[in-house]
Design a protein around this ligand. Structure first.
Ligand code: NAD
Length: 271
């Protein structure tokens, strides 16, 4: 490591000291990468995941970075579960400065709307969108009491543009983008900034599984790469870097933004 790199790492390490952050679905994939990036910057982290085992895995890595961390089982789509986790976070750390609403996904469904089962529509909206209503509703009063905070939502490029065979996911993520803007309008004057990130495809274990279990993995990878100008899929750490910027004071003048972290896929027409 050069002297300049060491200096930059030290500065990054100080960005979130004294803050506490709750990351939903922080046990794997992008949530895990975001949690570890925030922990490396000094934040104490709460990993709320439906899988206790996965949550514990992230906690172990965060603790190795020298911060306090704990895992808690949570289903983001269940109000009681969300309320309990927020209470536990405040009881343990005395504050909740950063809320990262990362939970979401497609539940493996691809198909046209007329074939989409009603339960899958409901579940997709519950986990991707209603979850953010719930976590925000029960966190914001605490943030207001403490004088402010930051909310970061993980949307998708599917929330900016239509994608075939993913109507429920597109609708839910479009809702996340709009909820982000609406919350920014409602609370920025009270020192709560609200932003979202719109990733394209990142090489999480889940995405790698989809690629490897498809009949033609190379064709599937190439399909995901279509339109990504930089020519490769994101490393989850790329999303973590953007998340760290948006939750730290380095972005103090940024609120209500839907930031594509997508290798350029959303900036042009498909060719
Ligand atoms: N991976 C990508 O390429 C990509 C691209 C665009 C957007 N996103 C979005 O990023 C977010 C994270 O995606 P990922 O691919 O890292 O996820 P993932 O499929 O790797 O899952 C991450 C975690 O979510 C947990 N989880 C599932 N349901 C839950 C629930 N109801 N409550 C709490 N935890 C739950 C799982 O236990 C798992 O640990 C999602 O909102 C997704 O839509 C991901």
């Amino acid at each position: 490591m050069t002297q300049a790199e060491a200096q930059a790492a030290t500065q990054t390490a100080k960005l979130l000291v004294g803050k506490s952050a709750l990351i939903t679905a922080g046990g794997a994939g992008l949530g895990e990468a975001i949690a570890l990036k925030l922990a490396a910057a000094g934040a104490n982290v709460v990993i709320a995941d439906i899988s206790s085992k996965r949550g514990a895995g992230t906690v172990e890595q965060a603790e190795a970075l020298g911060v306090a961390a704990f895992a808690v089982k949570m289903d983001v789509s269940v109000s009681q579960s969300v309320q309990e986790v927020i209470k536990q976070t405040i009881a343990r750390f005395g504050r909740l400065d950063i809320l990262v609403n990362n939970a979401g996904g497609t539940f493996g469904y691809t198909g046209k709307l007329a074939d989409l089962p009603e339960e899958l529509w409901d579940r997709t909206l519950a986990v991707n969108l209603t979850s953010i209503y719930l976590t925000s509703k029960y966190t914001i009063p605490h943030m207001l009491e403490k004088g402010g905070g930051v909310i970061l939502n993980i949307a998708s490029v599917a929330g900016l543009n239509g994608r075939p065979n993913e109507a429920a996911y597109c609708a839910a993520k479009g809702g996340v983008v709009q909820l982000t803007r609406a919350l920014a309008v409602e609370y920025s004057a009270q020192n709560i900034r609200v932003n979202c990130i719109c990733p394209s495809f990142a090489t999480t274990r889940g995405i790698e599984r989809i690629i490897n279990e498809s009949p033609d993995p190379e064709a599937t990878r190439q399909h995901m790469l279509r339109g990504i100008l930089v020519g490769y899929l994101a490393d989850p750490k790329d999303i973590g870097e953007a998340a760290l910027f948006l939750v730290s004071d380095q972005s103090r003048f940024i609120t209500g933004v839907a930031l594509p972290v997508d290798g350029g896929v959303s900036c042009h027409f498909a060719s």
